[in-house]
Design a protein around this ligand. Structure first.
Ligand code: CU
Length: 153
């Protein structure tokens, strides 16, 4: 885990000099889904909000825990849900993009070390104007929303 925190520090330094699309963006409830041991690939989910007057495109994501990071969506092909990489995820002006299981997500492919519940994965979002935003996604078994609504049953 030492390697992860070192990379986090570097990313925080570079984030300070950038000002643009990323400044209009806020991220709510980011998490990485905990998968059974042996599974090398998982997804990161969150709500990305755009407070600005211009549409913003998320064009890439990066993280130190996996060798490859891709933007994905789910498509229904003949009744079967399949994942497909997408070039960009649009966040409308004054709108939000929902990254959730079964829909858009950030794919963490080929994990370097197995993730444990409670681990924090720093994820950097890259936008179409070259700006970027760093966030910390906690490794959880289930979505934060799902955990909350469970209380009411
Ligand atoms: Cu995927």
């Amino acid at each position: 885990m030492k390697k992860l925190s070192l990379l986090t520090a570097c990313l925080m330094f570079s984030a300070g000099v950038l000002a643009a699309a990323a400044d209009q963006i806020s991220v709510d409830k980011p998490y990485v889904r905990l998968l059974p041991p042996g599974v090398q690939t998982t997804g990161a989910f969150m709500v990305i909000r755009n407070a600005g007057d211009k549409d913003v495109k998320l064009v890439k994501a990066d993280n130190p825990a996996s060798r490859v990071t891709e933007l994905h969506t789910h498509l229904n092909e003949g009744g079967i849900m399949k994942m497909r990489p997408v070039a960009a995820i649009e966040i409308k002006a004054k709108g939000e993009a929902l990254l959730q299981p079964g829909g858009l997500h950030i794919m963490l492919i080929d994990l370097k070390v197995p993730l444990k519940e409670g681990d924090v994965v720093p994820i950097t979002l890259g936008f179409d104007d070259g700006s970027s935003k760093k966030l910390d996604a906690k490794v959880l078994r289930a979505a934060p929303e799902a955990a909350m609504s469970h209380h009411h049953h």
